[in-house]
Design a protein around this ligand. Structure first.
Ligand code: RIB
Length: 328
C-alpha cells in the first residue's frame, strides 16, 4: 500500500471514530511577521498584523475536526468581539462548541511574532481561559464521559486540568496531556491520571533532568533509557516530538521512531497542536499510537506550509493530496 492510500485508509477510519474531547484554551492570535525577532528594548518594523484563531486547545480541536473526527471543545470565552470570531472559526472547522462557557471580560489573546525562518515567539494573556475551573468541568462531566479520548494542555488553570483528567481516567477514557506551556513538576494525581504524555525533546530533558545531546542529535539518543526514566516518572506511554527529526513513540516496552515530512516551513505556529489533534483523532478511531503519530507528522507538516495556527490546517482531502504529491 502506498503512503497516500494508507493515509486515506486512516482518514476514513477517523471519520467513523468516537468523540474527541478537548478541554482548554481559545485565543485570538495577534500575529505579525518580521525579518527577525527584536532584541530587548529594540523596535523593528514588521508586516501587516493579522488576528487569527488560536489557543492550543482550540487548535487541537480544530485540527481533529478538519480531519473529519467528531470533536467537542470545553472552555470559556469572554464577552468581546473575539469570542464570536473564535466560536465562528471553530464551528467552521466542525468543532462542537455547545458546552463552551461565556464569561464577562476579554477572551484569551496572544501576541505572536513570526520571523523569516517560520519560528515564533508568543506572549499569552489568558483572559476568559482563566475561568475554566474544576466546578465548570464537573458541570460538563456527562458530556466529557461520552469521549473516546480526552486532550489536555496547560493553558488552563491546573485545577480544571486535574479534574478533567481525573473524571475521564477514572472512567477508562484515555487522557493525552500536552505539558505545554511547560510545567516541569506536575501534581502527582495529574501524572497518575495521564495515560499518554506529549512533550518535545527539550521538555523531556528538563522533565527527566537529563543533559541534551551535545550535537543536538536526539534521534540517536538512548531512547530505551529515556523510556525507562519516563516509566519510572509515571508515564507508561509518551510521544516525544523532535522537530524536523520526527518523533519517538513510547508505548510500554515498545520504542518506535516516526519520521518527519520535509517541507519549506513558513510558520511553525500551531504545528504542535495539529500534531496533538491528529493523535487524538487517531486514538478515537482505534489507530495505534504509532500510526496516529505517523499521520500526525503529515498533518503538522502541512500546517507548517501556511500562516497561523487553525488558519493553516488542512482537510482530510488536502492532507491526502499533499502527501500524494510528496510521494511522487
Ligand atoms: O501552540 C500555538 C498556540 O499557542 C497559538 O495559537 C497561541 O494561541 C498559543 O496558545
Amino acid at each position: 500500500m502506498g503512503p497516500k492510500t494508507l493515509l486515506e485508509a486512516h482518514l476514513t477510519q477517523i471519520r467513523d471514530g468516537g468523540q474527541v474531547s478537548v478541554v482548554g484554551s481559545m485565543n485570538a492570535d495577534y500575529t505579525v511577521t518580521a525579518e527577525r525577532f527584536p532584541q530587548p528594548g529594540e523596535t523593528i518594523q514588521g508586516g501587516p498584523m493579522s488576528v487569527l484563531p488560536g489557543g492550543k486547545s482550540g487548535n487541537q480541536a480544530a485540527s481533529a475536526a478538519r480531519l473529519g473526527a467528531t470533536v467537542r471543545l470545553f472552555g470559556a470565552l469572554g464577552s468581546d468581539a473575539n469570542a464570536e470570531f473564535l466560536l465562528g472559526k471553530l464551528a467552521d472547522a466542525g468543532v462542537g462548541t455547545g458546552s463552551i462557557r461565556r464569561v464577562a471580560g476579554p477572551s484569551g489573546t496572544t501576541m505572536i511574532t513570526v520571523d523569516s525562518h517560520g519560528e515564533n515567539t508568543i506572549v499569552y494573556s489568558p483572559g476568559s481561559n482563566a475561568a475554566v475551573d474544576a466546578g465548570y468541568i464537573r458541570s460538563v462531566s456527562d458530556d466529557l464521559l461520552r469521549s473516546a479520548v480526552l486532550g489536555l494542555c496547560l493553558e488552563s488553570p491546573m485545577g480544571a486540568v486535574r479534574e478533567a483528567a481525573r473524571i475521564c481516567h477514572e472512567h477508562g477514557i484515555p487522557v493525552l496531556l500536552n505539558d505545554s506551556p511547560f510545567v516541569p513538576s506536575l501534581p502527582t494525581d495529574l501524572v497518575a491520571n495521564t495515560d499518554i504524555l506529549l512533550v518535545n525533546e527539550h521538555e523531556t530533558a528538563q522533565l527527566l533532568r537529563i543533559a541534551e545531546p551535545e550535537d543536538g542529535d536526539w534521534a540517536s539518543a538512548d531512547w530505551n533509557a529515556i523510556a525507562g526514566r519516563l516509566h519510572r516518572f509515571g508515564y507508561g506511554k509518551a510521544v516525544v516530538t523532535l522537530g524536523a527529526r520526527g518523533s519517538m513513540v513510547i508505548d510500554g516496552d515498545r520504542v518506535a521512531p516516526v519520521s518527519a515530512i520535509r517541507v519549506d516551513a513558513v510558520d511553525a505556529t500551531g504545528c504542535g497542536d495539529a500534531f496533538m489533534g491528529t493523535i487524538l483523532a487517531g486514538l478515537a478511531a482505534g489507530l495505534s499510537l504509532e500510526d496516529s503519530a505517523s499521520l500526525a507528522s503529515c498533518v503538522s507538516a502541512y500546517a507548517a506550509t501556511g500562516y497561523g495556527a487553525q488558519a493553516s490546517y488542512g482537510s482530510a482531502e488536502q492532507i491526502a493530496d499533499f502527501i500524494g504529491q510528496k510521494a511522487r
